[in-house]
Design a protein around this ligand. Structure first.
Ligand code: ZN
Length: 74
């Protein structure tokens, strides 16, 4: 996995084939608290926020392009 940067909510929408940021966030998570984390940190606004309390580290597999990530609340 190669580190590809810190992501904001809009980056998940951009990475999602159906522009669904929440589903993309959950799909990339390796823990099962992702849905709860997203729902706690992202308000259900029409537009995704430009900042959030999460420090999200995104990674991409250099072999199959699979996206993954993890986060902390730094
Ligand atoms: Zn891979």
């Amino acid at each position: 996995m190669a580190y590809i940067g810190t992501w904001l909510p809009r980056d998940f929408a951009a990475a999602s084939p159906v522009r669904d940021a929440r589903s993309q966030f959950i799909a990339m998570a390796r823990t099962n608290d992702a849905a709860r984390t997203w729902d706690t940190c992202v308000q259900e606004d029409v537009e995704l926020p430009d900042e959030w309390v999460i420090c999200y580290y995104a990674f991409r597999c250099l072999h199959c392009n699979t996206l993954a990530g993890n986060w902390d609340f730094g």
